[in-house]
Design a protein around this ligand. Structure first.
Ligand SMILES: [Zn+2]
Length: 201
């Protein structure tokens, strides 16, 4: 007979559990690609006037920096238009008009997503679920999105020797990561056999 005092069902217990991420070398491929893009994209440091201009459009105070997406406390700035999308540079650069204050959670979640899709995502803990001031933030972001921003035509650079050499290096790193993962899979199996109480995933 089932113990009536047990608080949680097996399915609730399993739903509560989440295996930590980062179990494969190849899981780093997208961040390696992002690093390769970020390392070549121009960075323009803004002046105080430019920063206050940006905050004015967003309706955010410098003394109480809040996330342009969800309204919670912000401690970083995020690219409104991602630098990398579908493993390729978008052409957008790091300049004030392409940056908005963000909380860590939104910055991490948004990544290569289009900002509008991200903001309107119906999922749990996405900006739309933070209803207080949502419409105001969305309107401010729409206004901000219309500001002028610079863009690099990377396709034009494909014939450049240094540029193509750079992406050749990128391909070599990815290839090395995949090869390392093959070794890692073998090693993990061997190592698992040495663990006294093993439970295969
Ligand atoms: Zn946020």
């Amino acid at each position: 007979m089932r113990n009536k005092r047990s608080q949680d069902s097996a399915s609730a217990v399993l739903a509560a559990f989440k295996m930590p991420r980062g179990r494969k070398v190849t899981q780093r491929i997208s961040s390696v690609t992002a690093a390769f893009v970020q390392a070549i994209v121009p960075v323009i440091n803004p002046t105080a006037t430019q920063i206050s201009g940006a905050l004015r459009v967003l309706g955010i105070k410098a003394s109480k920096l809040t996330c342009a997406y969800c309204g919670r406390t912000a401690d970083q700035w995020d690219h409104l238009y991602a630098l990398v999308m579908n493993k390729k540079p978008t052409g957008y650069i790091t300049e004030i008009n392409n940056l908005v204050p963000s909380c860590g959670a939104c910055n991490q979640r948004k990544r290569g997503t289009n900002w509008k899709d991200f903001v309107n995502h119906p999922g749990k803990n996405f900006p739309k679920t933070f209803r207080d001031g949502f419409r105001k933030r969305l309107a401010a972001l729409e206004k901000y999105a219309r500001l002028r921003r610079q863009k690099i035509d990377f396709e034009k650079w494909e014939g450049d020797p240094a540029y193509s050499d750079y992406w050749k290096r990128h391909r070599a790193v990815i290839k090395a990561l995949r090869a390392a993962q093959t070794t890692a899979t073998h090693l993990r199996t061997k190592l698992l056999d040495t663990v006294p109480s093993k439970r295969r995933q």
